[in-house]
Design a binder for this molecule. Structure first.
Ligand code: ADP
Length: 545
């Protein structure tokens, strides 16, 4: 477009210059001829010719006297015009017969070409015509010039568009995924080759990337711990399902703020610490449980680029911790009570404050309290042996029926004291297990059935064979357990009615030992009871074990 524009302008300039020269020559010749013809006509006809003549608009005819005074002028009133003898063409004509000049005329404000011819009587005829300057000529050609420029520009633009499109088309047609040189310029073959190798490399890297991403997501999705990766603006970049589950918002989608998962103050503080570059931990409550949250800052090249958050379910751990604390305080309390009594009695004896007759009674009290402590300590030892990480117990083939028979025999005296009728029914079922533990299980159940029975009541034990399990049922006709307590009786130190239970000896650990003993054998135990009419405990033990 620029080239054609410049070409058009130069062409117009040159043509105008040439035409200007040509038109100047032509105008000079025309003016001369015109002046000679008019001079001849005036020579023959005098001033009458001028008065009658009707001159063309583009020439001006002036008749000047010998003295330079204007006699006639085709455009102006001669009276208004000054003496013309000093005009170059006039003075030349007066001298040589004819003369010409170019002059800028103030009257018409244009350059004029003048030619003067001297007549035989010494007067002078002068013909003038306006002569267009080069610039004026150019200005008159400006409009067509602009038109040509616009048209040329349009044609050039359209053509340039078509040409550039046709040049670029083969390049655009290259399929970047599968570049083939045949469809494009030969010269591009090195580039196309490079593209092809690059494509292969990229595809390979993408495959590796997606493989490692899959591996990572497989690992994270199978983790039972929650994993969340957060950017410095606390938006979640990535999270696994466990995290969403643990924080109780499975419908959460990555990209949202992490606070949509948990908005508690502790959680916010923990993340803020990590954002400040300090690893921090907290426990938050979510989805009905307790979760440990560990937030670690992730920084690369000294700049914090996000936080990695681990979420773990610590509900059980927290509960165990509470239980451990309760257990310790319960044990201390349970040991302190008999010891205080023993100390009190011993103190009285030492101070000689006890009558000789009362000594056997006080001695009996000391024995009873010491017995209580021994029972408690034995129960604690049994329980600690049953703890998960305790050493495994020796197992053997056990006839449960026989074991129950032996235990009922041990409790005969206690049962007799309450005038209870004891019965054992069922069949001989064998299981492979620990005699000590199973003995404790059955003993505690039967002992409770005796302890919490009413005078003249009954206790019946049944050993039966369910398809894959051995079932032991211990039923009594005792005081029973109110419904609201049944779910708690297996807890350590839990006693239904503390004040009443005080009268009935017990540690509150018996049913804990039962529960753990049964669990050790992979079985289950549950209680059914009606307050005031009796209780039935059912133990199911898998036979394979
Ligand atoms: P304890 O040493 O007090 O007997 P256990 O753990 O054996 O401790 O029992 C817990 C509580 O469950 C007892 O204090 C008692 O209130 C209740 N309980 C257990 N067995 C029976 C039963 N057969 N009849 C009525 N209440 C029972």
């Amino acid at each position: 477009m620029i080239i054609s524009g410049i070409s058009v302008i130069i062409a117009v300039l040159l043509v105008t210059a040439v035409l200007h020269d040509y038109s100047t020559d032509k105008l000079e010749a025309e003016i001369r001829t015109e002046a000679e013809i008019i001079a001849e006509a005036v020579e023959m006809n005098g001033g009458r010719f001028l008065d009658e003549a009707d001159f063309n608009d583009d020439i001006r005819v002036t008749w000047i006297s010998k003295s330079g005074k204007v006699i006639y002028d085709s455009e102006e009133d001669p009276a208004d015009l000054g003496n013309h003898s000093d005009r170059k063409e006039v003075s030349e004509a007066a001298e040589n017969g004819e003369g010409s000049s170019y002059r800028y005329s103030d009257t018409i404000m244009k350059t004029t070409l003048n030619h003067a011819v001297k007549l035989s009587d010494g007067t002078i005829i002068r013909v003038s015509s306006v002569h267009n300057s080069l610039i004026a000529q150019m200005m008159s050609a400006l409009r067509p010039l602009l038109l040509i420029l616009v048209i040329t520009a349009l044609i050039s633009a359209l053509y340039a568009m078509a040409v550039s499109r046709s040049i670029v088309k083969p390049v655009n047609d290259i399929d970047l995924d599968r570049p083939v040189i045949e469809k494009s310029y030969k010269e591009l073959s090195p580039l196309v080759d490079k593209l092809r190798t690059q494509n292969i490399k990229v595809a390979r890297q993408l495959e590796q990337l997606s493989q490692s991403r899959e591996q990572l997501s497989l690992i994270t999705e199978n983790m039972s711990e929650g994993l969340i990766i957060i950017d410095p603006k606390t938006n979640v970049l990535s999270s696994n399902y466990a995290a969403l589950e643990l924080l109780g918002n499975p419908s959460f989608t990555d990209g949202q703020s992490v606070y949509a998962l948990n908005n508690s103050d502790v959680f916010r503080r923990c993340l803020l610490n990590a954002l400040g570059g300090v690893r921090s931990e907290c426990i938050v409550k979510a989805d009905g449980g307790e979760r440990a949250v560990i937030a670690s800052p992730a920084s690369g090249t000294g700049m914090l680029c996000g936080i990695v958050v681990f979420v773990m379910d610590v509900t059980e751990k927290q509960q165990l911790e509470v239980m451990r604390r309760e257990f310790t305080s319960n044990v201390s309390h349970e040991l302190k009570t008999p010891l205080t009594t023993i100390y009190g009695i011993a103190d009285m004896l030492a101070e000689g404050m006890v009558e000789a007759d009362d000594v056997p009674r006080f001695g009996g009290d000391i024995r009873a309290e010491a017995e209580r402590m021994i029972t408690l300590i034995n129960d604690i030892i049994s329980l600690s042996k049953l703890d998960e990480d305790a050493a495994p117990h020796e197992t053997e083939d056990i006839d449960i029926y026989e074991l129950a028979e032996e235990i009922l025999g041990r409790l005969k005296v206690n049962a007799a004291q309450k005038d209870l009728s004891c019965s054992l029914s069922g069949e001989h079922v064998h299981i492979n297990g620990s005699r000590t533990i199973l003995g404790e299980v059955i003993y505690n159940l039967c002992d409770n059935a005796v302890k919490y029975n009413v005078d003249g009541g009954s206790l019946s034990v049944k050993v039966s064979h369910a398809p894959m399990t051995a079932r032991i049922t211990v039923s009594d006709t005792g005081i029973g357990i109110p419904q609201e307590h049944i779910s708690r009786i297996f807890e350590r130190f839990y006693r239904v009615d503390k004040s009443r239970s005080r009268r009935i000896k017990g540690t509150g650990l018996g049913l804990s030992i039962v529960k753990h003993g049964v669990m050790y054998h992979g079985g289950t135990v549950h209680a059914e009871s009606t307050a005031g009419s009796g209780t039935t405990f059912t133990v199911e033990l898998p036979i394979e074990k």
